[in-house]
Design a protein around this ligand. Structure first.
Ligand SMILES: Cc1ncc(COP(=O)(O)O)c(C=O)c1O
Length: 289
């Protein structure tokens, strides 16, 4: 029999899975398009007209590589959150950043705590580094903060995941509860606080950003409220040394020139963002009624 190159033991032991089966694959499988594309939590309101105009105006510049430092976008994101540019790293959406976090904090066999049924792409990345997922059931349709803390302690987990507001539950914890959770974590456990839907939930669910704390990484994306899922751009806010650690392994040319420009323009058009958030809230009221 023919030999073949060996995979690493971790990859060799993995099943072939997809973290999230995309709508396109589902449409191919069923042989017809969806009538409404709602399963991936994209914003069909799309990006701001300003973003579209800006992207059109730079279409011809795409022969150039991106700025590998993502500098202007980082400066804008830092100003947006009132932190320093040293506290921001840009990546290929939150998904891309989650993959880096898995590599940064999880050695093979180590426990990683998340909620049972929480965002699957995080789990996929943990499996890819040989981490051992430990899950905690939702309680009262929410992530069980005390349950997560107990598992972190009993498993000595280096990493825990919390999405706030949460997908899939659509529920959230208020900022004081999140802060209590953060303060109860061991200093040696890193929290990924996934705020993909941060702009769409109540502002009261978002704790003040504290970049002095080395064990919290806040993640934001242009995919949801900003209506730019297709460009693959997001960022993380964290303590400066944590950000320097991302620099060691991130894909420096991974966020395209177009994505950086779109993200920059999207951040600049907060009026549009607020109009989308209001329309989403109105739709939510109507549908729930
Ligand atoms: C909780 C959560 N985190 C992250 C993502 C992905 O974000 P991005 O498009 O920035 O990779 C999603 C997308 O559905 C999500 O629901």
């Amino acid at each position: 029999m023919r030999q073949r190159p060996f995979l690493t033991p971790i990859i060799g032991a993995l099943p072939t899975t997809v973290p999230f089966v995309g709508p396109e694959a589902q449409e191919r499988e069923r042989g017809r398009p969806f009538r409404a594309r709602i399963g991936a939590n994209e914003s069909s309101f799309g990006p701001s007209p300003r973003v579209i105009a800006r992207m059109e105006s730079v279409a011809r510049d795409q022969w150039m590589y991106c700025d590998p430092d993502n500098y202007e976008l980082k400066v804008a994101a830092a100003a947006h959150h009132g932190v320093a540019v040293e506290n921001v790293v840009v990546g290929e959406g939150i998904d891309g950043l989650l993959g880096l976090v898995a590599r940064m904090y999880v050695a093979p066999g180590e426990a990683v705590v998340t909620s049972l049924g929480a965002y699957p792409t995080f789990n996929f990345h943990i499996a890819g580094v040989g981490g051992r997922l430990v899950t905690v059931s939702y309680a009262n349709d929410k992530e069980d903060l005390d349950g997560l803390l107990a598992k972190v302690a009993s498993e000595k987990a280096p990493l825990v995941y919390l999405s706030n507001p949460d997908n899939p539950m659509g529920s959230w914890w208020e900022a004081p509860d999140v802060v209590r959770f953060i303060e109860a974590l061991p200093e040696t456990t890193m929290l990924v606080l996934d705020e993909a839907y941060g702009e769409l939930g109540p502002a009261s669910a978002l704790p003040a950003i504290d970049v002095a704390r080395p064990n919290v990484i806040r993640m934001r994306t242009f995919s949801k409220a900003y209506g730019l899922a297709g460009i693959r751009c997001g960022y993380a806010v964290a303590e400066a040394e944590v950000i320097r650690d991302f620099e060691k392994i991130r894909n420096h040319y991974g966020v395209s020139r177009m994505a950086q420009i779109a993200g920059l323009e999207a951040l600049a058009d907060q009026d549009y963002l607020h109009s989308v958030v209001a329309r989403v809230a109105a739709g939510r009221e109507r549908i729930s009624a």
